[in-house]
Design a protein around this ligand. Structure first.
Ligand code: ADP
Ligand code: MG
Length: 406
């Protein structure tokens, strides 16, 4: 058992909390879904109530450091944490001190000035190039801010970065407490039910969609050993279509994964779409139509699953006793490509005997936006993390590095 935030004696102490505030947002800072902010509140409130000095940190989006100074500036502007600080203050009903820095005088003096029960959020950890490299210098700078560390960023726990791994590693070596928060606890308990599914939980069906194919496709092989069926939709479907020799037009594809896709198909457990809603353009499409799986014309792209596929998937979902879902079935942000994701939500809602988990920033946003949140047993804040914890039988770097309870 991991040390838990509720077991820490934190009055008057500086507690650094790695939260997951990587919220779906537009480039102008508009937050499209606040699930991840709300999910962090129990841990933050516990620390406030105990009189800790609460220092929050999170990454937000991606910044491309290898594409020149203009791209870096653009990435930083599009992923400024300031709007998240506003959102947090609003949900917390309490002021949040936002520090527009990730190191230096501005940050250290703001931390030194913190009073017991006050909350500070620093700028996006990914403003530091060393964050994703688990750079020792930046991990050391951040570890120096804290008397204790709480890991509550489930959505980032699969990455051994400076803020998720470097800091707790240093604090462990210094004999300072590192603990998990309430969100981590809840996520671990619920996802554990998708790791080792016993006979009464079968059939166990995984549904994989969304856009981050290269991250997610690798998990399929391990899911095949655990699941009875894997339903593939979203952008990932087109890599499988191409592997089968279908024309996929301008649909997204991972060309270096075609052999792997064929290997997965040989299991006989993969269920692919049989028809697709396709469009001529990703945004502002002029032509939108439905065709069979192997009939996508050269100049069109797959945007959602079609009606025959919705019925096929609903039939599979109705049989399941355990469902794990990551990744929307189509480009649900646009109304004309929502039907597939709605159909999956509806089929899960109609199955009242299954334990259902949906994970991922965009997947959770879709479920909320479409009004199905209450129909799921658990909505995980993690996408990649929820997939990897299943793959790694309950282990993630950001969990494993946290101290065990004595
Ligand atoms: P999550 O955040 O839940 O882990 P991803 O980030 O992998 O999911 O993918 C979510 C995105 O996938 C959504 O923004 C959605 O528009 C996109 N998507 C789904 N289907 C397609 C498709 N056929 N083509 C392009 N994008 C798609
Ligand atoms: Mg996403």
């Amino acid at each position: 058992m991991k040390l838990h935030v509720k077991d820490l004696d934190v009055a008057g102490k500086r507690v650094l909390v790695r939260v997951d505030f990587n919220v779906p947002h537009d480039d102008d800072g508009t937050i499209r879904d606040d699930t991840r902010v709300l999910a962090a509140l129990p841990t933050i409130n516990e620390l406030i109530n105990k009189g800790a000095k609460v220092i929050l940190m999170s990454h937000l989006g991606k910044i491309k450091f290898n594409k020149g100074s203009e791209a870096i500036a653009k990435g930083k502007a599009a992923n400024d944490m300031a709007p998240v600080a506003k959102c947090l203050a609003d949900r917390l009903g309490k002021p949040v001190i936002f520090v527009d820095a990730t190191r230096g005088e501005k940050l250290t003096s703001a931390v030194a000035a913190l009073k017991d029960g006050e909350v500070l959020l620093m700028q996006n950890t990914r403003y530091e190039e060393g964050e994703t490299k688990n750079d020792a210098e930046i991990a050391g700078i951040w570890a120096n801010l804290a008397d204790a560390f709480v890991m509550d960023a489930f959505g980032s726990a699969h990455r051994a970065h400076a803020s998720t791994y470097g800091i707790p590693e240093i604090l462990n070596n210094e004999g300072k407490p590192t603990a998990i928060g309430y969100l981590m606890e809840k996520e671990i308990i619920n996802l554990q039910r998708c790791v080792d599914v016993k006979a009464e939980g079968k059939p166990y069906i995984a549904i994989l969609g969304g856009l981050k194919v290269s991250d997610k496709i690798k998990v399929i092989e391990s899911l095949l050993t655990k699941c009875d069926r894997i339903i593939i939709c979203g952008a990932m479907a087109y890599t499988f279509f191409k592997a089968k020799g279908y024309e996929i037009g301008t649909s997204p594809v991972e060309d270096d994964q075609l052999d792997y896709a064929n290997k997965c198909l040989a299991s006989g457990k993969i269920v692919l779409p049989v028809d697709n809603v396709i469009a001529d353009e990703y945004k502002n499409a002029n032509v939108v139509t439905t065709v069979n799986g192997d009939e996508i014309p050269a100049h069109m792209m797959g945007m959602d699953i079609g009606p025959k596929t919705r019925a096929l998937f609903a039939g599979e979902i109705a049989k399941a006793n355990t469902i794990f879902w990551n990744g929307p079935a189509g480009v649900f942000e646009q109304e004309q490509f929502q039907a597939g994701t709605i159909a999956i939500c509806q089929a899960i809602a109609d199955n009242n005997h299954c334990f259902s988990v949906v994970g991922g920033g965009d997947s959770a946003a879709a479920v909320n936006q479409l009004g199905f949140a209450s129909k799921f047993s658990h909505i995980s804040t993690g996408g990649g993390a929820s997939l990897q914890i299943i793959e790694n039988d309950g282990h993630l770097p950001g969990i494993d590095i946290i101290s065990e309870a004595k």
